[in-house]
Design a protein around this ligand. Structure first.
Ligand SMILES: Cc1cc2nc3c(=O)[nH]c(=O)nc-3n(C[C@H](O)[C@H](O)[C@H](O)COP(=O)(O)O)c2cc1C
Length: 208
């Protein structure tokens, strides 16, 4: 099958995209609006860019239902700060709950029952139940259209990483204990550490 994305409806293109690029990590993004009201939502179009400066990015799409900007993006434009709360299996149901399109003023911390803890460096609440938090300031913002199907790229500079003490071992994160969840297509998810294997790599110069 050969498909040119521009020749098919965006919802069909989206299905091919999320069925091709997977498993995807989940950024559970906390933000606040201009009045300080909190918002929490998951984004699996999420990855890292560089370690120095430490940059990450995620991509909120335009809301498919009504063409509106997602609350997360509106808040980041207003405050230029956000926190990425890393998703372990024990909070995946609450994460899913926070993907519901609630009205702008609704605080998904309250809806989901997740607890707030103040950020260390940014004026944003983090999810207490998450075991790793990336506290970010907005580094760059790019928009790729304003119609349903299009999206934006939020690049964040990680100002502080908060790792739960029991996960932090010899400067690394014990990923077995973290038990992160990845997103597949549609409503499917995967346990990232359930079927891992080791692959040795030949050394030539600095490894990435
Ligand atoms: C696991 C998961 C991953 C998601 N990833 C994305 C994503 O990468 N981009 C996006 O625009 N929406 C994504 N969504 C949908 C948003 O979470 C949803 O539109 C949410 O209502 C946005 O909330 P907000 O308007 O409060 O920002 C995802 C939903 C789930 C459950």
């Amino acid at each position: 099958m050969i498909i040119e994305p521009r020749t098919i409806p965006w919802k069909d293109a989206y299905k091919l995209l999320i069925g091709s690029v997977l498993p995807r990590p989940i950024a559970f993004v906390s933000t606040v609006d201009h009045e300080g009201r909190a918002n929490l939502a998951p984004f699996s179009f999420f990855t890292c860019i560089s370690a120095d400066p430490m940059l990450i990015c995620f991509a909120p799409m335009v809301r498919g239902s009504d063409g509106a900007k997602k609350d997360t993006l509106k808040n980041i434009e207003a405050t230029e700060q956000f926190i990425i709360n890393i998703v372990s299996e024990d909070i995946i149901n609450q994460v899913n709950e926070c993907a519901t399109e609630y009205p702008y003023e609704i605080d998904e911390f309250i809806v989901s029952g997740l607890k707030k803890e103040a950020g260390h460096k940014v004026n944003i609440p983090r999810v207490k139940e998450s075991q790793v938090h990336l506290e970010c300031t907005l580094y760059e913002l790019h928009h790729y259209g304003s119609h349903p199907g299009s999206g934006s790229l939020v690049i964040g500079k990680v100002e502080l990483i908060n790792v739960a003490d029991h996960l932090y071992e010899d400067g690394k994160i014990n990923t077995n204990k973290l038990n992160p969840i990845g997103r597949l297509a549609g409503q499917s998810y995967t346990r990232a550490i359930s079927d891992t294997f080791i692959l040795n790599r030949k050394k030539s110069g600095d490894s990435k």
